[in-house]
Structures are given as structure tokens and as C-alpha cells.
Design a protein around this ligand. Structure first.
Ligand code: F6P
Ligand code: MG
Length: 441
């Protein structure tokens, strides 16, 4: 696994992992503390003095956490009982066993990056659940909502595009339908630029109408397996019995603008009859700042439904109806907020693995999912995606991801080296993207 450098390890000091732990983690924690401060009155109104006490406690726990991370303290076990506490602590012990260090303790700056980053978000959650009665407070809710509101114009443009498409969808020929499918896939890809952990929790919304930029953005798609997705779904549509099910599962990433792009794609999949049901997976606890929880999912659909614009609000009403009638199903599972890579899923969460096996296609949104799909290892750029999945094949799957971490597989020989030479930060800015498919056709 990718290891964080020690302080003395000068050449690695500028690695993205190092800078995340050094700069972005304290920044995210400071923002969370500030959010709690600003909600003090609200907590008092809701819970009286107990609310104020709880807010103080959560703040002091988060300050302690910030201090631990900044001073490279050992990673300590979780203490508060929660559904995943034991699994986390076992994982921690396992990390400890892997270390041959003199003091034998994993530390913030000397542990696999994926693990430390996940651990930080899990500790934020612990600070909140240790502080009843505010134990359901989402320190990132405000940022997620802000991202949604700041992206209003693009969201409107997308919803209107979808409604217009719906009027003519029955009359589209194969090629036109495919083009529309590709458009919405690309919108969902670029929607992944808008995550709030990369920006350290600062606003990262979509202000321009992305539909008009798709052509210009095409050269930045480094691996483009969209054709495979089309073949898989369109062949199934042609050959299936009338009443049979075609299930597409979407492992969601960020709420706000990205979630809208995913819901638009999901709506299109049903309306075009390329799929008959869509299953979504979100996070059970606030995660990587902007990741979607069930509250975000419901909140966003509600917001779209109450839009002043008739067509936008019709989208929201349709989405609510899909949920009510079971054509859209939302699943929670604690596995998504564990530090494990996905090749461990069949062992750690066999029920979730079995659920995913029911899908005809699984779409994994975003960078963190990519890191977990590939185990966040320093693979050569040309290693096949299938190999990097290390045995994780519940169903045909596709990663839809903009690059925000120093990992990428499945490239052509020389492609990665060329990019490195011309643009040293190409792996981490979110400027590039992939549709990377694995599965039989
Ligand atoms: O790159 C910074 C980072 O925090 C990564 O650790 C993580 O993979 C990514 O942002 C989150 O991005 P996404 O929302 O696309 O998963
Ligand atoms: Mg995310």
C-alpha cells in the first residue's frame, strides 16, 4: 500500500498524500470546528444548556484530533461503540502488525494514506457521537448545501435538458439515443470535479453549463470505455424478455452538483429503457466532506421538487416517485466508510457483495472509489484495470472518475510518462477523467 513519508524523507515531502495530511486535513478540521461554533445558538435553542455543553465537547475532541494529526501522534483505537467500531479497531491492529517500527505504532505521517484519511473522517464522526444530544450533527451539511445552491444555474440547465429529452425520447433512433447516453455519462463524469475534500472544504460548485463544454473536455478523457457500457445495456435491451429486469447500480460519491448529474443519468436509464431499476449506495456517516448520505439524497430530491421552475420541479417529482415505487432503491452499508479496499468486500461484507452481484452493471463514481477499487497502490500506469481490481468482480463494472489522487492504471504505454512530462500535476487536479470498464461484454 502507498505509505506516507516520514518527516525526514525529503523527496516524498511534496507527494500529494503528504500534503493532504499536512495541509488539507487540518484545514478540514478547522472548518468543522468553525461550523460547530457557528451553530451554537441553534444548539441552544434545540437542546438548551445541554446543547451548549455538547457543542463544547465536540469542539474540544476535534481540536484534540487536529493536534494529534499535526504532531504525528500514534493512531489510537476508536472508543465509542458504533456499528463498525470493532472492525475498525481490528483493522488498526492489523496495520500495527504490518509495521516493523521500533515503537510499533502506526502514526499519522507514517501509515498508508487511504487508511489515515478514512480514519480522520471516522474520528470526526466519533467526536460527534460522543457529544449527545448533538450526535446526529453533520459538520459538512452546510458545505454540501452551499455547493447545491451555488450550482443552481447548471442544475437548472441540466434538468431542462432532461425534460426536453423526455419529450422526444420515444422518437430517437439508436444512434441518437446512444449520443444522449454518452452526453449524460460525460456530464456525470465532470460532475465529479465538484468534490469538497480536494478543496479542503471550500466551495467547489459548477457555475457554467457543462453541456456546452463536453466537446472541449473530450481530450481530457484518458480511458474511454463508454462504448462498452452502451453495448452491454443496448444488447440487453434488444434481447431481453419484456418483463425481465435490467439493474444498474450506482455507487454514489458527492452530494450537490455531482449527485444531480447522477440522478439525471439514472432517470435517463429508466426513461430510455436501458435499465428497469437503479440501486444507489451512499455513506452511513458524513464522509470526505461532500459524500452523499441518505439525508443529502432525500434533501436534494426535495429541493429540486420545490424549485420555482416548472420543469426542474417535475424532475424532482419524478425522482421522488421513482423512490416511492421502488424503481430507485437507496442502500446504506457501513462497508463504504471502512478503510478496506474493495477486494476485501466479499470477506468483510459478504451481504453487500451479494447485493452488488445482482446488478447487470455497477457504476463507481469518483476518486475515492477508484482508490478503493485499485487498493490505492502505486501500480504502473499500464497495469490492466482488471488486474488492479485484485479479484473484485461482483458484476460488470465501470469507474467514472476524475483524477484526484496519484494513481491511474490501464493507460497506453508512454501515456502516463508523457502527461507527467508536460503537466506534473495531471494526476491530482481533477482536470482528467476516465470511464474504465471491467467485465465480459
Ligand atoms: O484528492 C483528495 C481527496 O481527498 C482524495 O483523498 C480522495 O480520493 C478525493 O479527494 C475525494 O474525491 P471524490 O469525491 O472524487 O472521491
Ligand atoms: Mg467524495
Amino acid at each position: 500500500a502507498q505509505r506516507l513519508p516520514s518527516f525526514d524523507d525529503i523527496p516524498e515531502k511534496l507527494s500529494f498524500a503528504y500534503l493532504t495530511i499536512k495541509d488539507r486535513i487540518p484545514q478540514i478540521l478547522t472548518k468543522a470546528i468553525d461550523t460547530l461554533h457557528r451553530h451554537k445558538n441553534e444548539m441552544f435553542e434545540k437542546h438548551g444548556e445541554k446543547g451548549i455543553e455538547a457543542e463544547k465537547k465536540a469542539i474540544s475532541l476535534l481540536s484534540k484530533l487536529r493536534n494529534e494529526s499535526q504532531t504525528d501522534k500514534p493512531i489510537v483505537p476508536l472508543v465509542e461503540k458504533f456499528a463498525d467500531t470493532d472492525i475498525w479497531n481490528q483493522y488498526l491492529e492489523h496495520q500495527q502488525d504490518l509495521l516493523n517500527d521500533s515503537d510499533g505504532k502506526p502514526r499519522w505521517f507514517y501509515s498508508p494514506w487511504l487508511f489515515v484519511e478514512c480514519y480522520m473522517y471516522r474520528r470526526i464522526h466519533e467526536a460527534v457521537i460522543q457529544s449527545p444530544p448533538i450526535d446526529d450533527f453533520d459538520v459538512f451539511k452546510e458545505s454540501k448545501e452551499q455547493n447545491f445552491f451555488e450550482s443552481q444555474e447548471s442544475i437548472m440547465a441540466l434538468c431542462i435538458h432532461l425534460r426536453e429529452l423526455m419529450q422526444i425520447i420515444e422518437h430517437l433512433d439508436e444512434n441518437q439515443l446512444k449520443n444522449e447516453f454518452f452526453k449524460l455519462l460525460q456530464i456525470s463524469l465532470w460532475g465529479n470535479k465538484c468534490d469538497l475534500s480536494l478543496s479542503g472544504g471550500e466551495s467547489s460548485s459548477q457555475k457554467t453549463n457543462v453541456i456546452n463544454s463536453l466537446e472541449d473536455l473530450k481530450p481530457f478523457i484518458l480511458v474511454n470505455d463508454m462504448e462498452h457500457l452502451w453495448s452491454l445495456l443496448s444488447n440487453r435491451k434488444k434481447t431481453r424478455e419484456k418483463a425481465s429486469i435490467v439493474r444498474v447500480d450506482i455507487v454514489l460519491d458527492n452530494s450537490g452538483f455531482e449527485l444531480v448529474t447522477d440522478l439525471i443519468l439514472a432517470d435517463f436509464l429508466l426513461s430510455s429503457k436501458l435499465a428497469t431499476e437503479i440501486h444507489f449506495y451512499g455513506k452511513m456517516i458524513p464522509w470526505f466532506v461532500s459524500d452523499t448520505t441518505i439525508h443529502d439524497f432525500n434533501w436534494l430530491i426535495e429541493q429540486v421538487k420545490y424549485s420555482d421552475h416548472k420543469w426542474v420541479s417535475e424532475c424532482g417529482a419524478n425522482w421522488e416517485n421513482y423512490v416511492k415505487t421502488g424503481r430507485w432503491v437507496y442502500h446504506d452499508h457501513i462497508f463504504w466508510t471502512l478503510p478496506h479496499e474493495f477486494c476485501a468486500m466479499s470477506q468483510v461484507a459478504p451481504d453487500l457483495y451479494a447485493e452488488l452481484q445482482k446488478a447487470h452493471l455497477i457504476l463507481f463514481k469518483g476518486d475515492l472509489n477508484y482508490r478503493k477499487l485499485t487498493g490505492d497502490r502505486k501500480w504502473e500506469f499500464t497495469v490492466p484495470f482488471h488486474q488492479a481490481l485484485s479479484g473484485f468482480h461482483p458484476a460488470p463494472l465501470c469507474s467514472i472518475r476524475t483524477l484526484k489522487a496519484e494513481i491511474q492504471v490501464g493507460l497506453q504505454p508512454g501515456q502516463g510518462e508523457q502527461l507527467t512530462a508536460s503537466e506534473p500535476n495531471w494526476l491530482t487536479t481533477g482536470k482528467y477523467g476516465v470511464f474504465q470498464f471491467d467485465g465480459p461484454l
